[in-house]
Design a protein around this ligand. Structure first.
Ligand code: B12
Ligand code: SF4
Ligand code: SF4
Length: 327
């Protein structure tokens, strides 16, 4: 290739990169960066985490491990990951007491299921990529695939992975969804976010109500309320029921106490993630006697669909038992 042709190609790549980022922000993403698909720098930590059994019943993490370690294998010929952040913060009310008859729900679940909302938005972004780089292949991921999303976000320059294992962006904190478009389009990659801004802070590790952190950056999911109320199948053991406390679905404690959220997280203006009252302030009684059909009508397009009617009944019964025990 002559120098001239190479320079023209590089100029086109730079133009396309800027245009993809501009359109991503126009579509409503709060931040966007582009990551390489080189092998994971944390493959050994992932292996150690899985071998220790910290994934509990999330067997899919074992099945996806090879692709998580080698993201280039996820989509043949993919060159880069376009990584997006979407702020879903609604404030930090969990530090206050729970109203009687109600229970705590993690903020990410206060709105219509983000797999639906972000899935649509990422598909629109993928369409823009194909328009900007005709002939490009794209594939969108949000949460559900074999993609090491937090590591890719760090590599795309969007933030660092805190001791609570969350991706934290200095300007907005960690109440963000990560969405990814893999593509074979030629785009310039960003510099990774190298700084670790946790410093000597240990607030998240100390505040976790179940002592789920084995060490900084290492979470034993089996003790995490988020895992227990969302991913755990079947009935709780007595110990698990006690761990759940007042949380009906998910948990925000290790984010609520993080100084980067306390100082910088601001309520989102994104109307597609508006809070719905039946999710943000749920009536516990509604879950105890709801059958599967009624549950689906009311919660079919929400994050509560993952544990389903039976899982939410189990969670509500656990919270009620814990509230009664504490009075
Ligand atoms: C399985 C899973 C869970 C599990 C396990 C969580 C965990 N910490 O491992 C459970 C059910 C507990 C869970 C809970 C939550 N989750 Co979740 N979860 C996932 C999922 C599907 C995979 C994560 C995974 O692979 N875990 C295994 C561990 C070993 O990997 P990892 O946490 O990604 O860490 C890697 C890197 O961070 C890297 N690393 C980077 N820097 C450093 C530094 C050091 C020193 C080390 C050792 C490692 C390291 O090492 C790891 C190996 O690759 C991702 C989506 C995805 N596809 O990635 C969402 C995801 C991580 N979850 C998310 C959310 C929102 C939550 C909750 C906040 C929900 C809630 N409020 O209840 C909680 C947070 C709890 C917490 N502190 O992590 C978001 C996080 C967004 C963000 N800004 O970080 C994601 C990215 C989904 C999304 N698309 O938005 N989750
Ligand atoms: S989500 Fe809650 S239970 Fe899980 S690690 Fe964070 S503080 Fe602990
Ligand atoms: S609470 Fe402190 S240690 Fe934990 S993630 Fe935030 S800054 Fe890091």
């Amino acid at each position: 290739m002559t120098r001239d042709v190479e320079q023209r190609r590089q100029a086109e790549t730079s133009r396309n990169t800027l245009e993809v980022k501009r359109r991503a922000l126009e579509l409503g993403f709060d931040a966007v960066g582009i990551a390489t698909l080189e092998p994971s720098a944390y493959a050994d930590s992932l292996d150690r985490w899985l071998t220790a059994g910290y994934a509990g019943d999330m067997a899919y993490l074992d099945r996806q491990a090879e692709r998580r370690k080698f993201p280039a294998r996820i989509l043949p010929d993919a060159r880069v990951a376009i990584v997006t952040l979407t702020n879903y913060c609604h404030g930090s009310p969990h530090l206050a007491a729970v109203p009687r008859g109600s229970a705590k729900v993690a903020q990410y679940a206060w709105s219509t299921d983000y797999h639906i909302v972000l899935g649509r938005r990422l598909e629109r972004l993928a369409g823009e990529v194909r328009e900007i780089a005709p002939g490009a292949t794209t594939r969108c991921y949000v949460d559900a695939g074999p993609v090491p999303e937090r590591e890719l976000a760090q590599r795309a320059g969007l933030g660092w992975v805190g001791k609570n294992t969350m991706l934290i962006r200095p300007e907005i904190g960690s109440f963000t969804f990560i969405g990814v478009v893999l593509t074979d389009a030629s785009l310039d990659t960003d510099l990774p976010f190298e700084a670790d801004r946790c410093g000597s802070c240990r607030a998240c590790l100390e505040a976790c109500p179940t002592d789920a952190f084995v060490a900084p950056h290492v979470l034993d999911a089996r003790r995490c309320i988020s895992y227990l109320t969302i991913e755990r199948r079947g009935e709780f053991t007595d110990d698990e029921r006690a761990l759940v406390g007042e949380w009906l679905f998910g948990c925000d404690v290790c984010q609520d106490v993080c100084p980067w959220n306390v100082k910088f997280a601001r309520p989102t203006a994104d109307t597609e993630v508006d809070a719905r009252s039946e999710l943000a302030e749920p009536e516990l009684a509604a879950f105890l006697d709801s059958d599967a059909a009624a549950f689906d009508r009311r919660f079919g397009d929400t994050p509560f669909e993952r544990p389903g009617a039976a899982g939410m009944r189990r969670n509500a019964a656990a919270v009620l038992a814990n509230l009664q025990a504490s009075r």
